[in-house]
Design a protein around this ligand. Structure first.
Ligand SMILES: Cc1ncc(COP(=O)(O)O)c(C=O)c1O
Length: 396
C-alpha cells in the first residue's frame, strides 16, 4: 500500500474507535415525508426541505421544461460561454426577496461561502488582513472561506452579542477592514442569531455584516424573506426550504461586479444547469406565498420541542424548525438515533467535529410534509426511551 493510503486507513481506524466514523447509507425517497432504506419506510426527519418543495409538481414541471428548452447542462462558466438570461431572471427575484440592489447565483452554498468569502477578504484588494469577527458555531463553509483568504478569525461565543461587542471595542482603534460573519439560524442548533444587536454593532463599528441565511430563507421571516434584514451581504442556498440546489449572494451592485471579477467559484466553475435553474425559479415563485406551510411547520416544531422537554430531553436553544435533542457523547447520540430508527423515524446523529465535543445530538428537522400525528408518535417513542443521563447534558 502506498504510504498515504496507510495513513488514510489509520485515520479511518481512529475515527471508528471514537465512534465518529461516517458512512454513506443507501436510501430512496419518493416524497418529502417518507424515506426508504432496505425494505423499510421511515418518517424522514433529516431533510432541510422545510417547505416540502422538492417533490412539488411546479418545480418538477419547470425543471423538465427548462431542460427541454435549454438542455441538461450549461456548457461552461457564465463568463466563458455567456450568461443565459435565466440567471438574470432568478437574480432579480432573489434581489427582491432579500431587498438588496443585486444578487448573484452561485453553484452551491458551500462553494458560495468558500469562494465569496475568499474574494471579499482578499488582502491584496483591501490593503490589509481583515479583522473577521465570527460566531463560534458558524458553518464549516464559512471557516473554509476565511482559511482560503488566510485570515485569522476572532471568534465570539455563540450567539453572544455582548462578547462580540467586547471584541469589537478591543479593536476599535484598529483601522483594518472589519467584517462580522454569522448564520441567521444555526444549522445544528436551530437557534437564531441576535440579529438586531449584531446589525447595530456592525453599524457602530463600521463593520461589514455578512449573514448566511441558508436555514431561514423560504421558511422564516415575512413572506419567507429569511432573517438577514440589516446585513450588508447575504449568502444563502436554494437547497433547503426552496427545494432544489444552488446558492445566491444578495448584495450591492458593486459587490456583485467585484465577485464577477474576483470570485473563483463563479469564474472557474461551470454554471448551474438549466433544469436546476428551472426548479429554483419555480421555488422562488411559490415560496413567498406559503405562509400557511410556514405556520404549520412552526407549530410542529413547537409541539415537538415542548413535548420533548416535558419528557426530560434537552432541546438546546432551538426556536425554529430545526430541533436538536442533545445527547452528549457520540455513543449516546448514535444509540438514540438507532432506537428511533427501530421505531420508524429517520433522524440523524450529529457528532463532532460538526458539533462541539460533548454535545453530540440527534437533529430533527420539521417540514410542511409532516403531520401533528407524526410528532405525537415520535414523542411517544421518545417517552418510552426515557434516557435520563441524556437529559442532564446541556449544550456548550
Ligand atoms: C449554514 C449553511 N451554509 C451553507 C451550507 C451549504 O449549502 P449547500 O448544501 O447548498 O452547499 C449549509 C448546509 O449544507 C449550511 O447549513
Amino acid at each position: 500500500m502506498v504510504g498515504s493510503e496507510s495513513r488514510y486507513q489509520a485515520f479511518l481506524d481512529a475515527v471508528g474507535q471514537d465512534r465518529l466514523r461516517r458512512e454513506l447509507t443507501t436510501v430512496a425517497a419518493r416524497d418529502a415525508r417518507i424515506l426508504e432504506a432496505g425494505a423499510r419506510a421511515y418518517v424522514n426527519l433529516a431533510s432541510n426541505d422545510y417547505l416540502a418543495l422538492r417533490f412539488h409538481d411546479a418545480l418538477i414541471a419547470r425543471a423538465c421544461e427548462w431542460a427541454k428548452t435549454y438542455g441538461t447542462g450549461s456548457g461552461a462558466s457564465r463568463l466563458a460561454i455567456g450568461n443565459l438570461d435565466l440567471f438574470g431572471c432568478i437574480e432579480t427575484k432573489v434581489a427582491s426577496l432579500k431587498q438588496k440592489p443585486a444578487a448573484l447565483v452561485m453553484a452551491s452554498g458551500f462553494q458560495a461561502n468558500a469562494s465569496v468569502l475568499q474574494a471579499l477578504l482578499d488582502r491584496r484588494v483591501l490593503g490589509a488582513e481583515s479583522l473577521v469577527f465570527a460566531d463560534r458555531l458558524n458553518h464549516a463553509s464559512m471557516h473554509f472561506g476565511c482559511k482560503a483568504a488566510s485570515v485569522r478569525q476572532l471568534r465570539y461565543r455563540h450567539g453572544d452579542a455582548a462578547h462580540l461587542a467586547e471584541l469589537l471595542t478591543q479593536y476599535r482603534a484598529d483601522s483594518r477592514p472589519k467584517f462580522i460573519l454569522t448564520e441567521s439560524v444555526f444549522s445544528m442548533d436551530g437557534d437564531r442569531a441576535p440579529m438586531p444587536e449584531i446589525v447595530a454593532l456592525a453599524g457602530a463599528h463600521g463593520a461589514t455584516l455578512i449573514v448566511d441565511d441558508a436555514h431561514a430563507t423560504g421558511i422564516l421571516g415575512e413572506g419567507g424573506r429569511g432573517l438577514s434584514e440589516g446585513a450588508d451581504i447575504v449568502v444563502g442556498t436554494f437547497s433547503k426550504a426552496l427545494g432544489s440546489f444552488g446558492a445566491y449572494v444578495a448584495c450591492s451592485q458593486t459587490v456583485r461586479d467585484y465577485l464577477v471579477n474576483r470570485c473563483s467559484g463563479l469564474i472557474y466553475s461551470t454554471a448551474l444547469p438549466p433544469p436546476v435553474l428551472g426548479a429554483i425559479d419555480a421555488g422562488l415563485d411559490l415560496g413567498s406565498g406559503m405562509d400557511q406551510e410556514r405556520t404549520h411547520v412552526a407549530r410542529l416544531a413547537t409541539r415537538f420541542r415542548e413535548g420533548a422537554q416535558a419528557r426530560g430531553y434537552d432541546t438546546g436553544a432551538s426556536t425554529t424548525q430545526i430541533v436538536p435533542v442533545i445527547a452528549g457523547s457520540a455513543d449516546a447520540a448514535l444509540a438514540l438515533s438507532a432506537k428511533l430508527r427501530e421505531a420508524g423515524f429517520w433522524a440523524t446523529a450529529i457528532r463532532p467535529p460538526t458539533v462541539p465535543q460533548g454535545t453530540a445530538r440527534v437533529r430533527f428537522a420539521f417540514t410542511a410534509a409532516h403531520e401533528a400525528a407524526d410528532v405525537d408518535r415520535l414523542l411517544d417513542v421518545l417517552g418510552h426511551i426515557a434516557a435520563p443521563q441524556m437529559s442532564k447534558v446541556t449544550s456548550a
